[in-house]
Every structure is written in C-alpha cells, then in structure tokens.
Write a protein that binds this ligand. Structure first.
Ligand SMILES: N[C@@H](CCC(=O)N[C@@H](CS)C(=O)NCC(=O)O)C(=O)O
Length: 218
C-alpha cells in the first residue's frame, strides 16, 4: 500500500493527490499540519527537507512532487498521463518546469502581499501566462488531446493564481482549459474553497517569515 504524506492546502501535494485520483490508485493518506509537524523528528526522518508531498511505497520513500508523479506514471501506466510523441513530451515537461521554476516563484507576492500592494500588481503582470497560453495553443490539454502530468502541475498553479485574483480574460484558451479541468471529478474533489485559499495565504506568510528569520540567524 502507498502512504501519502500531504496537506489538502498544499499545491505541490495536490499534484500528487490529483495523479493518484486520476489513476484511481488506492493510498493511505497522512495529513501533515504544516504548523510545525514538518519539523518533528519523525517526519524529518521521512523527508529531511521538511516538505510535503512524500510518498512511501512498501518502504521505498520518494520526495519531490514531480519525481513522485513520474514514479506513479511508470508503476501505474493506465490511464497514461504522459504522451509518447517527442514534441508532446517536451510540452508536458515545459508545462511542469516553467510552472515550477518561473510561475510559482512569481506568485509569492500574490500570496504574501496585501491586496493593494504595488508589488502584488507587478507580480501579477510578471506571471508567464502568455507563455502558458502559447504552449497550450488550440489543443485541449498541454500534451495534446488528453490530460497529462503537465496539465496537473500547470493547471493547479493557474487555478491558484485565479483564486488569488489574477484574471484570465486575455487568454480565452486558458480559461476554456481551466473549465475542462474543473469538469473532472478529481479536480472538484481537491479544489480549494475561498476560506482554504485565505488559510493557505496565512500559512505561506508564516513560512516565509520563518525562513527569513532562519536566514538572518545563519
Ligand atoms: N520541490 C518540492 C517543494 C515542496 C514544498 O515546498 N512543499 C511545501 C508545501 S506546498 C512545504 O512542504 N513547505 C513546508 C516547509 O517549507 O517547511 C516539491 O515539488 O515537492
């Protein structure tokens, strides 16, 4: 049996949660509260980087959401969430990596700054939405005709940006794609409510302050 360490508010954990649900893989859920649980020695023994998600499969421990998704895809190939054509594979990887390396870091001010802050406005303008819209093009999904691991990673980030007030009006294809994703039962099951988003914002602000304090002390 798979043991999945996560928190329903965590977008990185939601990547794995959605992969498990889309593939209908049974798992034992363990909720990590993220208010200090992640620094307990019991959890640090599982992930020394104090992050969720973590997956443990019969004693085999995997950290890093994208590595876990790759593991699940290799071990449970049906339904496939990776295309097989070289250009489609590249698009799925771009959707994942541009989200993780370019999109998510630029979202931090959207989460942490007050609603009327100029830094927040700037962050909104800096989000690479035009790139993501171009990547999707006229296709139904990032990797072509069917849902992929690229849609899971980028779809979660763009959905979170929208719930933080970012409009998608300039990108009709991204809007339609978001509706397509939200028609799926696993996406409905794991969607954050308005109060969840506020809770998430509060938790991230605390984490950012804790990291700044740790950096000043080192
Ligand atoms: N690169 C990691 C990042 C994981 C990550 O940052 N998780 C956050 C929750 S979304 C976390 O566990 N934060 C707790 C902490 O930093 O102490 C992944 O993709 O799995």
């Amino acid at each position: 049996m798979l043991t999945f360490y996560y928190n329903p508010l965590s977008p990185n954990a939601r990547r794995v949660w959605l992969t498990l649900l889309e593939k209908q893989i049974p798992f034992d859920p363990v909720v990590i509260k993220m208010d200090g649980d992640q620094y307990q020695s019991e959890f640090l023994a599982i992930n020394p980087f104090h992050h969720i998600p973590v997956l443990v499969d019969d004693g085999f421990r995997i950290v890093e959401s994208i590595a876990i998704m790759d593991y699940l895809e290799a071990k449970y190939p049906d339904p496939a969430l990776m295309p097989s054509e070289p250009d489609e594979i590249a698009k799925v990887r771009m959707a994942q990596l541009v989200t993780a390396n370019e999109f998510f870091p630029k979202m931090i001010p959207l989460v942490c700054e007050k609603d009327d802050s100029p830094k927040r406005q700037q962050a909104q303008e800096d989000l690479p939405l035009a790139f993501m819209a171009e990547l999707l093009g006229e296709h139904s999904y990032m990797g072509g005709a069917s849902l992929s691991l690229g849609d899971i990673v980028s779809g979660i980030a763009i959905q979170l940006a929208v719930s933080l007030g970012v409009p998608l009006d300039a990108h009709a294809n991204l809007q339609q794609w978001q509706h397509r994703l939200m028609d799926r039962a696993p996406w409905q099951e794991t969607q954050l409510s308005t109060s969840d988003v506020e809770n998430f914002r509060r938790r991230v602000r605390v984490l950012v302050r804790l990291r700044q304090r740790a950096a000043r002390q080192s």
